[in-house]
Design a protein around this ligand. Structure first.
Ligand code: ARG
Length: 574
């Protein structure tokens, strides 16, 4: 358990002993450090509840506190300020230095499926998919750290018009292929296409279909046939999905994203008939399609019905999400399902979630939650595009960062090693920038700023760690402890680190990583200030030197573990 939580439990005990029945006491970092490191403001709520004077309440509380706290004082109308005794700090951190899990608190375990990534087969990954991957992966790791059981699913966009497009194009290339022969009963051959080929075929087909209505009709028809289970079409499309998945996986690997389930929209097909059965009483026909009303009386924004079956009898995106939900509930029985997509899909998810509860597809105690995120914008404030106005794909984004990152690497690092460091640093830079703003906030893509060695950036964090690692290595020992707290800069870092338990909890509650990144920056800034003001290795006083090294190791452990939550890799030099 974290020191903060343990102390809060103790304080609650003290307050209850005084006869006040309240739920919790919070220990918060003090706004005015001259009065103490922490502050307790509980006297005000007690005073209100029990019609007493807050200062008098504070005095009673203070009179009961034991020696774990020092410098206890009451300010203003009843703010209690205090600090932890040196012994408490030393004991706690000397254990935590090798046990990161002593620094934070586990939460009630829930089983949560996280739906993130969402790349589309046979289309390139764009910046939205990267955000979903970065945020989803980090949230997944955070939840696991906090004790949840989490299943991550990529929910591949493996079905849609692109399927029909690609098959129609394949038919142009190989008109006599057995995939299109409905009387063929044998095994299908392996197709000889690369992901690059698919990348050329898709736009070509798309262009042709947009110009020629009969081609578009063919595309629609093929797409429908795949859904209906046409053997040859399904086999051909599955092979294309397989080819595309392989290269998508490589990109996710680069981003350090690893999914427990590699399932897609097509995996929902088998659940759709049952979804329709369950939803039947709520579906009605509208312009030939089947829809479900999801409006509520107190809605203050337009809430159109959710379309469930198209005029031609085929499923759409939403139908496949509903099928996926049914499958997930039946197979995994989760407490919650969390979705991470662009904020622009939030209305859609609201419709899907409402329809799920309303029709009884999902029971009220399973929580479906959509977490939207903001867009990455260009310097014009509009969604970041390539020069010719296309959506920026992920590969181009990475290379824009890499061009800048090169400047941060020392000249003497050469060849393969340099290349590897540049890759790791580029991804770290991109990810750090991507997780730095509150999840819903849009941000401007600025490779120069993201790559700077100063400020809230990947290079600043990784460089700080490189320095600490080198210091620890040079010290030639591995048995440090915090003995001497006379150096104010040391305690400042330690007190900051105590905040980690609350930071992680807040990140979980808001499903956002910016608090963690701000915290990493704050800890490292305080530590770097200490590092610049003190010559650790030349310190003559052994107790001080030992303390400084222990502090360095602790800081390293803390940041290392947090970077692991963010799925950011370190470098050994740069
Ligand atoms: N493939 C979708 C897209 O590119 C994202 C999938 C999000 N997840 C979901 N269950 N709908 O927009």
């Amino acid at each position: 358990m974290s020191l903060i939580k343990e102390s809060e439990e103790y304080l609650l005990h003290v307050v209850k002993d005084l006869g006040y029945d309240i739920e919790k006491v919070e220990l918060v970092p003090s706004g005015r450090k001259e009065f103490g490191d922490f502050q307790i403001n509980v006297a005000f709520s007690i005073a209100k509840l029990y019609h007493e004077n807050p200062r008098a309440v504070s005095e009673k509380i203070v009179s009961r506190l034991d020696s774990r706290f020092i410098n206890v004082n009451i300010q203003g109308a009843g703010f209690i300020n205090l600090s932890f005794s040196d012994d408490v700090i030393k004991n706690y951190f000397n254990k935590a230095i090798d046990h990161f899990d002593m620094l934070y608190d586990k939460m009630d375990s829930r089983k949560i499926i996280i739906d993130y990534g969402g790349a589309n087969a046979a289309k390139s990954l764009h910046v939205g998919h990267m955000r979903s991957a970065n945020i989803g992966e980090a949230v997944k790791r955070l939840l696991r750290l906090l004790g949840m059981e989490v299943i991550g699913d990529v929910h591949l966009g493996d079905f849609g018009r692109q399927a029909g497009m690609l098959l129609s194009e394949y038919k142009r290339m190989y008109p006599n292929s057995v995939f299109f022969d409905s009387s063929y009963e044998g095994e299908y051959p392996k197709i000889d296409l690369t992901d690059k080929d698919l990348g050329i075929m898709y736009p070509k087909a798309s262009l042709a279909a947009n110009e020629d209505p009969s081609r578009m009709e063919e595309v629609r028809n093929i797409t429908l046939q795949i859904e209906k289970g046409n053997r040859g079409f399904v086999n051909l499309w599955n092979q294309m999905v397989e080819i595309s998945s392989e290269s998508i996986k490589k990109v996710y690997d680069k981003l350090n994203c690893h999914f427990d389930l590699w399932e897609g929209e097509m995996d929902s097909f088998k659940y759709i008939p049952r979804v329709l059965e369950i939803m039947k009483p709520y579906l009605y026909e509208s312009e030939g399609a089947l829809v479900c009303d999801v409006m509520k009386e107190d809605d203050n924004k337009p809430m159109p019905p959710l379309m469930v079956i198209k005029k031609d009898g085929s499923s759409i995106y939403g139908t496949r999400d509903l099928g996926t939900i049914l499958g997930r509930i039946e197979r995994f029985n989760p407490d919650e399902i969390w979705y991470f997509t662009d904020e622009r899909q939030s209305l859609y998810f609201e419709q899907v979630i409402r329809a799920s509860y309303k029709t009884g597809l999902v029971n009220e105690n399973v929580k479906l939650k959509h977490f939207g995120f903001g867009t990455i914008n260009g310097s014009d404030g509009k969604p970041f595009k390539t020069r010719d106005g296309k959506v920026m794909d992920l590969a181009s984004l990475i290379s824009l960062i890499k061009d800048e990152i090169e400047k941060n690497i020392k000249d003497e690092i050469k060849g393969d090693e340099r290349e590897k460091i540049a890759d790791t640093l580029s991804i770290a830079t991109l990810k750090y920038a991507d997780l730095l703003s509150f999840r819903k906030t849009d941000y401007i893509f600025n490779p120069k700023e993201f790559s700077s060695l100063n400020g809230k950036t990947g290079p600043y964090v990784l460089y700080s760690l490189v320095r600490i690692k080198s210091l620890l290595k040079k010290s030639n020992s591995d048995n440090y402890s915090i003995i001497d707290l006379s150096n104010k800069e040391v305690s400042e870092v330690l007190i900051k680190i105590l905040e980690i338990s609350k930071i992680l909890e807040r990140s979980y509650l808001d499903a956002t990583l910016n608090y963690i990144e701000e915290f990493i920056y704050d800890v490292l800034s305080l530590y770097n200030k200490f590092y610049n003001d003190n010559n650790v290795l030349n310190e003559k006083d052994e107790n001080k030197k030992n303390t400084y090294l222990a502090l360095s190791k602790l800081v390293y452990q803390v940041i290392h573990n947090l970077l692991d939550v963010l799925a950011i890799n370190e470098v050994e030099k740069m």
